[in-house]
Design a protein around this ligand. Structure first.
Ligand SMILES: Nc1ncnc2c1ncn2[C@@H]1O[C@H](COP(=O)(O)OP(=O)(O)OP(=O)(O)O)[C@@H](O)[C@H]1O
Length: 335
């Protein structure tokens, strides 16, 4: 488990302290994919770089699997950093080395692996990331997605238990992003690795993360399971991220409401209830007429969900609302 106990960070710039992370408590469970989302300058990179002590905290304690690592000196730090792999937006590969040498590099640097161990591990990792046929190429001969796969293989070389991803898909096109996210999800499932990823795209969080923290101005302003945060965002920053990712314009939405009649409800279906033919039977039983103002059916990681905004007129509105709630639908009255 990765624990932050009142961890905070300010950078010293020309004798002035620039605050980047307010005192933060955090507990990231082993084996989960934890997303950190926020606008530029919110403090995401600072937070993730504190986990592997690339940045030192100005105060508070960082505890990894029960051990306080905050005060680690250079000896402890070398072993600790092998436990924590990291991948970057711009890959940070060694351009004069081949793919296989890039992957072998951290193992050689560690100085504790035999040549045979390194050779076998590189072969295994090339297979895992699908680059066996590119082993002798140089990074400049690869596509962006392939470069990031080299970055992932290199990060896994010393068998870390934690993988930190710093905007790992931000430089990739949407299709390549999908395949890299799928690879990260496979690695998480098959190796039980804890993954912490920072991103400014809620869609990345929706596809792979189990839990998410939303950051704003150096503070975690909302945190929870992705299904809860995504379907019921509370903080204005979270709402912005969710609406943006769903291409919802809040002002346009309210204009649509102005033109609609009756009661306006937002229904959220999760899991099994997403596919139930519920609306027709509720309308028949309660005599309520409805029209759909907006709707979406999608998935959050492995959970299907649907969200519908309806205007309802006539019939027994209260009974309709109760019938929906009884069928495990979350009902929010918007007007
Ligand atoms: N090395 C540094 N020295 C001084 N200030 C810094 C340093 N690194 C970050 N900051 C400042 O700390 C704040 C948080 O930056 P940070 O990079 O953690 O945010 P971020 O959410 O990762 O943003 P981005 O997505 O743009 O990288 C910003 O105000 C930034 O200018």
């Amino acid at each position: 488990m990765i624990e932050f106990d009142q961890v905070h960070k300010a950078y010293e710039v020309e004798g002035r302290a620039i605050p980047a992370l307010q005192p933060t408590d955090l507990a990231i469970q082993n084996g989960e994919i934890f997303g950190i989302v926020g606008h530029s300058g919110a403090g995401k990179s600072t937070l993730i770089r504190l986990i592997n002590l690339l940045e030192r905290p100005s105060g508070g304690r960082i505890v990894i699997d029960g051990e306080d690592v905050t005060g680690y000196g250079s000896d402890n730090l070398r072993a600790f950093r092998r436990q924590v792999g990291m991948i970057f937006q711009h890959f940070n590969l060694l351009w004069s080395k081949t793919v296989e040498d890039n992957i072998a590099f951290p193992m050689k640097l560690a100085g504790i692996y035999s040549k045979e161990e390194i050779r076998a591990r590189v072969k295994e990792l090339l297979e895992r990331v699908g680059l066996t046929h590119h082993a002798r190429k140089y990074p400049s001969q690869l596509s962006g997605g392939q470069k990031q796969r080299v970055g992932i293989a290199r990060a896994l070389a010393c068998r870390p238990t934690i993988l930190l991803c710093d905007e790992a898909t931000s430089a990739l096109d949407p299709q390549t992003t999908q395949s890299v996210l799928r690879l990260l999800a496979d690695i998480n499932r098959e190796l039980g690795l804890t993954i912490v990823l920072i991103t400014h795209e809620m869609d990345v969080v929706r596809r792979v993360c189990d839990r998410v923290a939303v950051m704003d101005a150096g503070e975690v302003v909302e945190m929870g399971p992705v299904t809860d945060v995504f379907l019921h965002p509370k903080h204005p920053t979270t709402r912005d991220f969710v609406f943006e990712s769903e291409h919802i314009d809040e002002r346009e939405m309210h204009e649509d409401f102005e033109n609609a009649e009756g009661r306006i409800l937002r229904l959220t279906f999760r899991g099994e209830s997403t596919y139930k033919p519920l609306l027709g039977s509720v309308a028949r039983e309660t005599g309520v007429d409805f029209s759909i103002l907006s709707g979406r059916i999608d998935r959050i990681k492995d959970t299907p969900y649907g969200q519908l905004t309806l205007s309802l007129v006539g019939g027994d509105l209260k009974a309709a609302q109760s019938a929906l709630e009884a069928a495990d639908v979350h009902v929010e009255v918007l007007r």
